[in-house]
Design a binder for this molecule. Structure first.
Ligand code: DQA
Length: 146
């Protein structure tokens, strides 16, 4: 199976910003862990990060039009809470998307409790640090096997 792992706004600073919330593993560390997990399962993963909403929309379109991935893991960062453009892009594509968060958004500020993406995602994982991405892979694989 081939996964696209997408990270949105500010996620490039993971491991360097708000370490008490997001931990000390960098995005590169997290991606290396995901790549190793996928390899061990006989799967593949590509990685993409952008701070720009339109670039993330373009990447989702590209994945859809090129039929290049079986499933997508997406941590949209703060875009999660207000980007109708990303929501519409996820709804437009026929690739299952898992919404992922490093932190437990439900144990944080109220504005983080709402996601405009969840409704159009295959599932949501949050609160397990880099383990959220791994759990999302497990969930997506299980869903695709059915
Ligand atoms: C986040 C949670 C969001 O609320 C926040 O804006 C982020 C990161 C997470 O991974 O925990 O930037 O998506």
């Amino acid at each position: 199976m081939k996964f696209l792992v997408m990270n949105g706004v500010n996620l490039n600073l993971t491991g360097k910003r708000e370490k008490g919330v997001y931990g000390t593993a960098t995005l590169e560390d997290i991606n290396a862990k995901i790549a190793a997990y996928c390899k061990a399962q006989g799967d593949e993963a590509d990685f993409y990060q952008s701070n720009i909403e339109g670039e993330l929309v373009n990447k989702l379109h590209e994945a859809f039009l090129n039929k290049s991935y079986d499933a997508i893991l997406f941590n949209a960062g703060a875009f999660t809470h207000y980007s109708y453009a990303l929501r519409d892009a996820i709804a437009a594509i026929d690739i299952p998307v898992a919404e992922v968060h490093i932190s437990n958004v439900h144990a944080r500020e109220e504005f983080r409790h709402n996601s405009v993406l969840s409704e159009v995602c295959a599932g949501v994982v949050c609160g397990f640090g880099s383990g959220s991405y791994i759990a999302a892979i497990v969930g997506l694989k299980d869903k695709l096997a059915k």
